[in-house]
Design a protein around this ligand. Structure first.
Ligand code: ZN
Ligand code: ZN
Length: 345
């Protein structure tokens, strides 16, 4: 099969490698869609990710496809050849300290049994697969993973009914936060320096937008909230300045969620009184639990969060480098690679 293989910084090649075989309890899946995630991009740019893997390896964890073959016992999970499925790469053990207290996203024995991504075929334990409901496309289903991360953040962050909510950053993640905050009953303000992204935010339900390239976002949010600031701020950008702005635009008793990791590592000089005297509740959130993944599929299925409008670019497998470079340039929104729909170039 053809598969993308990462050999080092910005060195991603499409090569012919041995097709995988499903072992006991596993499914072989023909990959139809795989999204480029910011963490894939960090691996590609050599600024994180990889998680100790040795080169070369195949990136991509937001993927969906069709079951092509089943290993021994995989049918016991209710799967059939021909099923349309999406893989949840976070294979948690269910018995460690964190799993037993329900914090599955910090499983101490996380297994890497899901292999796939930017390749023609992937392998997943049958237990890690969800059947895609009719009416949901492969491309849409590939958003289950990032949307699950967004849902996890919302489970730690209150959205008061009718409260002012600011989403800092209108990339694909920020635009999912926008829709979820809106459906949870918030009045949503989206801040970003890119005009096309603000336009998309309006299209997806933002009540107001702030052009961060033209005005001080903190001041603009105060103007839009009768000088109170926002009840909830979700910072979907990993950089000290937007995080500082996020904290400064929060109202008394407000919530601030730091959704994105900051790469490269950075320090944030901060007046602690900002949090103390405004009685802020600052939350972090990272990854997701199996139920968040299930919930993501439901939000997509019922149109509660629309993900199709977040796709700006589609590529064949042989153009996978272009998909990464497009994401790196911040042109457009989400890039999706479609290995099954494209012939060898
Ligand atoms: Zn991802
Ligand atoms: Zn565990």
């Amino acid at each position: 099969m053809r598969a993308a293989r990462l050999y080092g910084e910005r060195d991603l090649r499409v090569e012919r490698i041995e097709s995988p075989e499903p072992g006991p309890g596993e499914a072989l899946i023909r990959v139809h869609a795989c999204g480029v995630c910011p963490s894939d991009l960090r691996s590609y740019l050599g600024i994180g990710g990889g998680y100790g893997r040795e080169y070369p390896w195949t990136p991509g964890h937001e993927w969906s496809g069709v079951v092509e073959a089943l290993g021994e016992g995989a049918e016991d999970q209710g799967l059939r050849v021909g099923d349309r499925v999406v893989a949840d790469w976070r294979w948690v053990c269910g018995t460690c300290y964190q799993c037993r207290r329900g914090v599955f996203n910090y499983c101490e024995n996380l297994r890497r049994g899901v292999r796939g991504g930017f390749a023609e075929y992937g392998i997943a334990p049958a237990s890690q697969l969800r059947v895609i409901p009719p009416g949901v496309s492969f491309e849409e289903a590939s958003f289950c993973e990032p949307l699950a991360c967004v849902i996890n953040a919302h489970s730690y962050t209150e959205i008061p009914l009718g409260g002012d909510v600011v989403i800092v950053g209108a990339g694909p993640i920020g635009l999912m936060h926008t829709q979820l905050a809106r459906s949870r009953g918030g009045r949503v303000i989206v801040s970003d320096p890119i005009a096309a992204r603000l336009e998309k935010a309006r299209e997806l339900g933002a009540h107001d937008v702030v052009d961060a390239s033209a005005a001080d976002p903190v001041e603009r949010v105060r103007e839009l909230t009768d000088d109170r600031g926002a009840d909830t701020v979700i910072v979907a950008v990993g950089a000290p300045e937007p995080i500082r702005q996020g904290l400064e635009m929060a109202a008394i008793n407000g919530w601030v969620n730091l959704f994105a990791g900051t790469y490269p590592r950075a320090e944030l000089p901060l007046d602690p009184n900002l949090i103390h005297y405004r009685q802020l509740r600052v939350t972090g959130s990272h990854d997701f639990t199996p139920h968040h993944f299930t919930t993501a599929m439901r939000l997509i299925q019922f149109g509660i969060v629309r993900v199709e409008p977040l796709i700006s670019h589609r590529f064949g497998l042989d153009s996978v480098r272009e998909a990464f470079e497009t994401t790196a340039s911040r042109a457009g929104l989400k890039s999706v690679v479609l290995p099954a729909d494209t012939k060898e170039e």
